[in-house]
Design a protein. Structure first.
Length: 579
C-alpha cells in the first residue's frame, strides 16, 4: 500500500503533468489500516505551514470599499471582516470560517477564520469577528496573536456561554494546536492552551449537566500531528490542560464531532474509500481512559475529493468535510444521527454531489445514502456541503453549487431542509448571488476546506466565504425556512419573524424580525383567547433587522401570542410568561 506521503507527491506531480486531474480520497489519503504501526518517516509533505514571512499590513493603510450586504425573503447575508466603520478592507483575504453563539444570549455570535492581511502574502493568522445584535453588525478587532502562523479555525462554546477557538499552527515540520478561551462573547481572548493536535482538528464540547459537562474533545488527521499517528485528546478541566494523545480506531480524518444530550461522544470522518463513525460512551468520565466501543464504516455512495486543479472550484483544497449531527428534539426523530458530505459519487459522472445518510439505532446501522441536490444531469459541482439540526428536529443543509453557471466554476449558495428526519427534502433554493471562487486568492489557490453552521427554531446560521468584493471575504448568513411561524409564510413575503429571547421569560423578552423591503409594520401581543394586550409597533419601517423589548409587567403568567403584520404577510409565534 502506498503511503500518504508518496501519494501526495504523486498527486502533485500528476497535477503538474496533466493539469486537469481530479483526485479522490482513495488516491490521496493513507489507507490507515493498522497505521499505528506505520513508521514516523512515512509522514507526508506539509500542507499547512508558513511559506511567506510575516509582513505587517495594517488595515489603516488599505483602501476600503462598501461592505457587501444582501437581503431576500430567505436569507440575510452580512460581511463580517470589515473595518471599524463597517467597510470592506481592500486586498486582504479571509476564508475557512467557523461559527459559535452564546446559549445564554443568542444575539451574541462569533466567527473565526484564516486571516490573510494581504493577498500577496499567504502568511495566515487567527482572525475573528463578533456581533451582539444577532448578526446585523460585526466588529473585526483583528487576530488573536499578531504575527503567529495559524490555520484551520474551529469555534465552539460551553453551556455557560464561554467561547473556545481551536487553532492549528506548525513549525519545524510539526503540527500542534492551541485553544483560546473568551468569557466576554469574543471581545477578548485568554492566552492559548497547548492542546496536542494536528492538521484539520475538529472540536466538540459537552454541554450537558452530566459528569462530562464542559469536557472538550478534539481529533485530527494523525498523519500530520505532533503525536503521529495518534489522533485524539480531551480536556476535563475546562481548557486548563489536555491529555496525552490517543488513538481512535480506524483513524477518521477530515470530519467533525458531536456530543449527544446524554454525553455520548461521536466522531466521523473519511477512511480509505469511504467514511467511518466512532462512538465513546465513557469519554465523559474524567477518571476513565477513553474507550471506543463502536467504529463502523458508513457508505455515502462516494468519496471525499479535492486537489482538482484549476478546473474545479477549489483547486488546492478539499470540496468539503464530513458532517455529523443528531436530532435532540424529543420528537419522532429524537436520537437519530445524520451524516452528510460532498462526494464524488460512485454511481454517476457528476463531479461532486451532496449525499446524506442516517442511523436510527445510535450509529450501529445506517440507511442507504441519498442525493440531496436536485439538479438535473451530472455536470455540476455541489461542494462544501454543510448540515445542522434545529432544536425542533428540522435538518438544514447548505452548499455551493455551479448548476446555474455550467461550464464554469462560478457558484452560488443553495439551501434545503427536511421536516421528516431526512425522508424528504424541500426543493433546492438558490439563496445568494453567483460569484467566482477563483477571485482574490491570497497566494493560496483555495477558499479553505469547509463552512460551518448551527440551527435554531428560526432558521440556520452560516459562516461562509465568497468573493462578492472581488476577493475572499467571510460572511454571516441567517437563512429562514419558508414555513416560519404558526401561519404559513408564503413565497413573496416581505418579513421573517424570528424567535423571541428569552422564551420562556420572567420580566421581559426581545422580539426580532427581518424586513426585506420598506413596509408598514404592525406588531401586537394577544392572549390565547385572542384578546389584544399590547401594541408594540405600528409604523412604517426600513428594511433590515428590527427588534422590540416586550415587558410582561402587569400580565399574569401564561402563554401569549405575538403577531407581526405587513402589507402582504402575517406571521404569528408564541411565548411563555413565567413569574
Amino acid at each position: 500500500m502506498k503511503t500518504f506521503a508518496y501519494l501526495l507527491t504523486l498527486r502533485n506531480f500528476l497535477m503538474l503533468l496533466l493539469g486537469v486531474s481530479f483526485f479522490s480520497i482513495s488516491q490521496i489519503a493513507n489507507a490507515q489500516e493498522d497505521s499505528k504501526d506505520i513508521k514516523q518517516e512515512t509522514k507526508g509533505v506539509l500542507m499547512e505551514f508558513p511559506e511567506d514571512e510575516y509582513v505587517p499590513s495594517l488595515r489603516e493603510t488599505h483602501a476600503t470599499s462598501p461592505a457587501y450586504r444582501y437581503f431576500t425573503e430567505d436569507v440575510m447575508i452580512v460581511q463580517v471582516n470589515v473595518d471599524n466603520n463597517g467597510f470592506n478592507i481592500v486586498n486582504d483575504a479571509a476564508n475557512e470560517p467557523s461559527i459559535v453563539y452564546d446559549p445564554t444570549n443568542p444575539d451574541n455570535i462569533c466567527i473565526g477564520w484564516r486571516q490573510f492581511d494581504n493577498i500577496n502574502n499567504n502568511f495566515r493568522q487567527a482572525g475573528y469577528g463578533y456581533t451582539i445584535d444577532g448578526g446585523e453588525t460585526w466588529t473585526f478587532p483583528g487576530v488573536i496573536e499578531p504575527g503567529i502562523f495559524r490555520s484551520d479555525p474551529v469555534l465552539r462554546c460551553d453551556r455557560d456561554g464561554n467561547y473556545y477557538y481551536n487553532s492549528l499552527t506548525s513549525s519545524g515540520g510539526e503540527y500542534w494546536v492551541n485553544v483560546f478561551k473568551s468569557a466576554d462573547a469574543g471581545e477578548t481572548w485568554e492566552m492559548g492552551t497547548f492542546a496536542q493536535g494536528g492538521d484539520k482538528q475538529w472540536m466538540s464540547i459537552d454541554m450537558t449537566d452530566g459528569i462530562g459537562s464542559g469536557n472538550i474533545y478534539e481529533f485530527w488527521n494523525g498523519n500530520y500531528s505532533i503525536c503521529f499517528p495518534d489522533n485524539f485528546t480531551r480536556s476535563t478541566d475546562g481548557n486548563n490542560s489536555y491529555e496525552s494523545c490517543s488513538w481512535i480506531p480506524g483513524g477518521p480524518y477530515w470530519g467533525t464531532t458531536m456530543v449527544s444530550p446524554d454525553g455520548i461522544l461521536y466522531m466521523c470522518g473519511a477512511e480509505w474509500g469511504g467514511f467511518i463513525v466512532a462512538k465513546s460512551t465513557n469519554a465523559q468520565d474524567p477518571d476513565a481512559d477513553v474507550n471506543w466501543e463502536l467504529t463502523v464504516s458508513v457508505s455515502l455512495g462516494g468519496e471525499v475529493i479535492g486537489f482538482g486543479g484549476y478546473q474545479c472550484p477549489n483547486p488546492e483544497g478539499l470540496l468539503g468535510q464530513t458532517i455529523i449531527a443528531m436530532d435532540s428534539s424529543g420528537g419522532p426523530g429524537d436520537g437519530n444521527i445524520y451524516l452528510l458530505c460532498s462526494v464524488d459519487s460512485y454511481t454517476n459522472s457528476d463531479p461532486c454531489d451532496v449525499r446524506f445518510t442516517r442511523s436510527t439505532d445510535a450509529g450501529y446501522t445506517w440507511s442507504p445514502s441519498i442525493r440531496i441536490n436536485d439538479d438535473p444531469g451530472n455536470n455540476a459541482y455541489q461542494w462544501f456541503g454543510t448540515m445542522s439540526v434545529a432544536p425542533d428536529g428540522r435538518i438544514d443543509v447548505v452548499w455551493l453549487d455551479t448548476r446555474n453557471s455550467l461550464g464554469s466554476v462560478n457558484s452560488a449558495l443553495f439551501y434545503t431542509y427536511s421536516l421528516d428526519q431526512g425522508e424528504t427534502w424541500t426543493p433546492n433554493v438558490q439563496i445568494s448571488e453567483i460569484f467566482d471562487p477563483h477571485l482574490g486568492w491570497p497566494q493560496q489557490n483555495k477558499m479553505g476546506d469547509y463552512f460551518d453552521m448551527y440551527s435554531d427554531e428560526s432558521g440556520a446560521h452560516l459562516a461562509w466565504a465568497a468573493t462578492f468584493n472581488g476577493e475572499q471575504d467571510v460572511y454571516y448568513a441567517r437563512i429562514t425556512p419558508s414555513y416560519v411561524g404558526v401561519d404559513e409564510k408564503g413565497r413573496g413575503s416581505n418579513v421573517s419573524l424570528l424567535e423571541s429571547f428569552p422564551n420562556p421569560f420572567k420580566d421581559q423578552t426581545t422580539i426580532r424580525y427581518n424586513l426585506v423591503t420598506k413596509d408598514f409594520v404592525s406588531l401586537k401581543v394577544y392572549t390565547m383567547t385572542g384578546t389584544e394586550v399590547a401594541t408594540l409597533v405600528e409604523e412604517t419601517q426600513e428594511p433590515g433587522l428590527h427588534q422590540f423589548v416586550f415587558s410582561g409587567s402587569g400580565l399574569e403568567s401564561g402563554v401569549y401570542y405575538y403577531k407581526l403584520q405587513t402589507g402582504n404577510s402575517s406571521v404569528t409565534k408564541r411565548f411563555i410568561l413565567l413569574k
